[in-house]
Design a protein around this ligand. Sequence first.
Ligand code: 8X3
Length: 253
Amino acid sequence: MAPHILITGATSGIGEACARQFAKLGYSLILFARREERLLRLKEEIEKMGITVITLKVDVQIESQVSKAVSSLPVEIKQSLIILINNAGLAVGKGPISGGIIDDWERMIDTNIKGLLYVSRHVVPIMQANQKGHIFNISSIAGKEVYAGGNVYCATKHAVDALSKAMRIDLVQDNIKVTNIAPGAVESEFSIVRFKGDEELAKSVYEGFDALNPGDVAETIVFAATRPAHMNLNDITIMPTAQASATVIHKSI
Ligand code: 8X3
């Protein structure tokens, strides 16, 4: 049986780019996402490449959905599940703590931290039973630095960074690799979600410089996933050439 990869948040951005690139390498895909229509469209497209795709409508914020989805996987698929990409995540809103919207905070905490934990809690025992695995946690430059208005989003990504380190310690005896991925500006739906559909504002984030695209990040993940068994890339920060830090971006306009 072909090796399987499980990707959360698989219908857009980095998750979708990973699905396409790992399919090209011959991996069978297990795709988790909330948007069923998009999932089915992606499945149909990738299956044309002769790749097996399992799609499961899962909101990682809801532990019972995660648990049900993971336990629904047949034993032989669990035995060949070797990569998990904890990609589901989002930023909602940007502004000072004093004006923070509680619902925005909860969505970020519930998805970026608790969702990642729920998925890991159910997938890690499978990898431990296999005595093999590679977990990619998608953090951010916001997991390395804090910037104005980023408070809760930055806190959730710092938590992802910490959890990557913690998982590496907890799982070292099980031959499970953990790689933390910290991208800077990636042009995707990220800013549209952050600015709640304000497309003009979202567009302005990426104006005047070449941002990363989701494929750049997926390519880096593929590189890390295809290193020899004895080596692991612990932590990779990926920036656009024009971005020096979370807030220093050289723009031509
Ligand atoms: C996305 C990058 O700099 O907008 O995680 O926080 S940033």
